[in-house]
Design a binder for this molecule. Structure first.
Ligand code: ADP
Ligand code: ZN
Length: 712
């Protein structure tokens, strides 16, 4: 056996025994094997994509200690704790350690006891550290958050530029740079500044399929809508609520708390101690809602943040993607929820116009804001639009955003827009939305009479719409750039070049219809994860046990087990330690430490028989039986197509569905697939998939295999 195959096997083995995962995800396997072979890599993967394993496993396979450079000092402790939970010997070096603690880590390094060392860049660069490392066997250098070398990004760290030294001083040691920043200019900068011209680039899709994108208009009732959203869909779960100002953060946190939620504020104006404390509670306790300005979030890698809510519009789609990306790192369903209204649009336009930035920058920022506003007013799939903005094409609408789930109605607003624009023009291009609306509605108000605007041809010509509808129309006109907001900050509106064709009736304008607040109810998720009592009780009991164990050790609950791992326990009800190790996320170390404790809990809640329609696979099968296609079921249930096929495969294996109904293959194809599956001894489908030159999807292969090994 060649060395390469042997070390790939070892990587696979470590994945299962240390981390408790069955399979590598997408690119992980190739990256890992590339690094094990001693080559350099640049990895671009979205948040939650699984970057850590890309360097942790090679660090364990290769001789010597793996050095991980990270700018996020506050999180090193957590990263190290998480590794130790899995039985890995890890430590960190940064300015928070005492001299004695530093000595202890150094001693462990010299003794060859450490497998992974996290180090802050400024600490790595001091001669003492470099000198020490040059005397030790080094497995690899991982440069996390590699976009910090970019001088144009907001996370720029000067020390990161010096990291190019690593290449010169340790030419034999492979380096891997990782980032979740997608854009090409940053990528180019990373390559140049870190001397990674020879490195192979691994670029993943930046889609976050488990995040459901939702945007809706607010008409002054944002916080009530937020509360209802949390209560209805994520009661007792963790989430982040972003607000623009510190004042609003304090106010919303207080209000949510008064309604019985655990909501904590976070912004730069709070005393450092309180801020830290709140962050800690958010990480360690279950179900904390963090109400924050954008000062919060960089490097927060809590995997089970179930929602990110925006009560104000972010200033660009880049910011929106990054902020919403903090939801659902564990790949479980999560929601990016946003309300925005007329005032948001006006405020952002004004803020932008009033900065002292050079014209060039202003222009770029203005484009970015336009893109953000355009995103809010979309009538097509939001995910497709978001990914397109980052240069990625997705051929099909996603089925997991509000516009896919509930296509917005549009209406021909050309005539109404003409009236609205004309009213702006005739009243002298200096009044705000409230006043303009009153004129359109023909209100007998002193102010209007003083200005003589009751004599205007637009006075009272808009009675077919009500006040809210006119406001909604004005918001969309501003968002689409047909009206500009005055610089002085009074909210006065002016026509723009773009408005002329509409005003002259040369352009049709299709706009979103205002959604009724009550609409969409039926599409909301259910708050509890299970609509079956026994499963729900077991889930709550597992959470409780997890919290007790994490309190004992003073570590975040998710470090014991992720939600996904516990959900698998609920679904499979393992009875023995052996069965426990088959659960994804249960490695050897955690099985020893916690296996018994969780088995005890599970034993108290025996399986109720799996008859309930709450059984996800059962529900799929029912829909399938009434004639829905797999695609349609995936859409309706907001599940991935892969999940639906795995349900169907299960049904095939249990003899409840026919292979020939589920997949469309002719006999020759079927034979070829069967033959290949038989040839491959390993349980995994990947070799089969590859042997067939990727001609058949994993979904198809899974179903064929299920048919071959079906019961009876
Ligand atoms: P990133 O650093 O890219 O944001 P992480 O490395 O933190 O992502 O991984 C995100 C989540 O996915 C973690 O909870 C991790 O345990 C999980 N994960 C990573 N790789 C796998 C895998 N091969 N199988 C199952 N879960 C995985
Ligand atoms: Zn969509």
């Amino acid at each position: 056996m060649s060395i390469e195959i042997e070390s790939d096997k070892r990587a696979q083995h470590l994945l299962q025994t240390i981390f408790g995962y069955e399979q590598f995800r997408d690119q992980q396997e190739t990256v890992v094997s590339h690094l094990i072979n001693g080559e350099d890599a640049l990895v671009l993967m979205p948040t939650g994509g699984g970057k850590s394993l890309c360097y942790q496993i090679p660090a364990l396979v290769r001789d010597g200690v793996g050095i991980v450079v990270s700018p996020l000092i506050a999180l090193m402790q957590d990263q190290v704790d998480a590794l130790r939970q899995n039985g890995v010997n890890a430590a960190y070096l940064n300015s928070t350690l005492s001299l004695d603690e530093v000595r202890e880590v150094e001693q462990a390094l010299y003794n060859g006891d450490l497998q992974i060392l996290y180090v802050a860049p400024e600490r790595l660069m001091i001669p003492r550290t470099l000198e020490m490392l040059s005397q030790l066997p080094i497995a690899l250098f991982a440069i996390d958050e590699a976009h910090c070398v970019s001088q144009w990004g907001h996370d720029f760290r000067p020390e990161y530029i010096k990291l190019s030294v690593l290449h010169e001083r340790f030419p034999q040691v492979p380096r891997i740079a990782l980032t979740a920043t997608a854009d090409a200019p940053t990528r180019k900068e990373i390559v140049e500044r870190l001397g990674l011209q020879q490195a192979r680039q691994f670029i993943s899709s930046f889609d976050r399929p488990n995040i459901q994108y939702r945007v809706s208009e607010s008409s002054g009732n944002a916080r009530e809508r937020l509360l209802r959203f949390i209560r209805n869909e994520y009661d007792g779960e963790a989430g982040i609520v972003y607000c623009l100002s510190r004042k609003r953060v304090d106010e919303i946190a207080k209000w949510l708390s008064s309604k019985g939620l655990t909501a904590l504020p976070y912004h730069a104006g709070l005393p450092a101690q309180e801020r830290q404390n709140n962050q800690k509670r958010f990480l360690r306790e279950e179900g904390v809602v963090m109400v924050a300005t954008i000062a919060f979030g960089m490097g927060i890698d809590k995997p089970d943040v179930r929602f990110v809510a925006h009560l104000n519009l972010p200033k660009s789609l880049e910011a929106y993607y990054q902020e919403t990306g903090r939801a659902g790192r564990d790949s479980q369903p999560a929601t990016a929820w946003m309300v925005y209204g007329l005032q948001d649009v006006i405020t952002l336009r004004q803020m932008q116009a009033n900065t002292d930035a050079p014209e060039e920058i202003k222009r770029i920022e203005s484009h970015k804001l336009d893109a953000m506003l355009g995103f809010c007013e979309l009538t097509r799939c939001r995910r497709q639009a978001l990914l397109e903005y980052f240069g990625e094409q997705q051929p099909e609408p996603c089925g997991n955003c509000d516009t896919c789930l509930q296509p917005p109605e549009t209406w021909d607003a050309s005539v109404a827009a003409q009236k609205a624009l004309s009213c702006v023009y005739r009243s002298g291009q200096r009044f705000g939305v409230g006043y303009l609306t009153d004129v359109l509605l023909g209100k007998e108000i002193d102010r209007i009479q003083q200005f003589g605007h009751d004599k205007l041809s637009t006075f009272g010509i808009g009675k077919e719409l009500n006040q809210t509808q006119w406001k909604d129309l004005y918001r969309q006109l501003i968002a689409h750039g047909l009206l500009a907001v005055d610089m002085e900050g009074h909210g006065g509106l002016k026509l723009t070049e773009a408005s002329r064709p509409v005003l002259r009736g040369e352009q049709t304008l299709m706009l979103r219809k205002l959604t009724k607040a009550a609409a969409g109810k039926s599409k909301e998720r259910q708050s509890s994860r299970y609509n079956n009592k026994v499963d729900d009780a077991l889930w709550q009991a597992l959470r409780k046990r997890r919290q007790e164990l994490s309190d004992e050790q003073g570590i975040p609950a998710y470090m014991i087990f992720h939600d996904a791992t516990m959900m698998e326990m609920v679904a499979n009800r393992p009875q023995t330690l052996q069965q426990m190790s088959n659960i994804s996320g249960v490695g050897e170390s955690k099985r020893e430490a916690y296996g018994e404790a969780f088995l005890e809990v599970i034993a108290e809640y025996p399986d109720s028989g799996g008859e309930e329609p709450s059984d996800s696979a059962e529900e799929t099968l029912q829909l399938y039986r009434i004639g829905m296609s797999a695609e349609k079921i995936a859409e309706q249930r907001s599940l991935k197509l892969t999940t639906i096929y795995s349900h169907l495969a299960k049904a095939i294996a249990e003899g409840q569905a026919e292979l020939s109904e589920v997949v469309c293959l002719d006999d020759t194809e079927l034979q070829a697939i069967r033959f290949t599956i038989e040839q491959e001894e390993s349980k995994r489908l990947k070799p089969v998939y590859e042997a067939l030159d990727a001609a058949y999807s994993y979904e198809i292969l899974r179903c064929v295999k299920a048919d071959m090994y079906k019961e009876g």
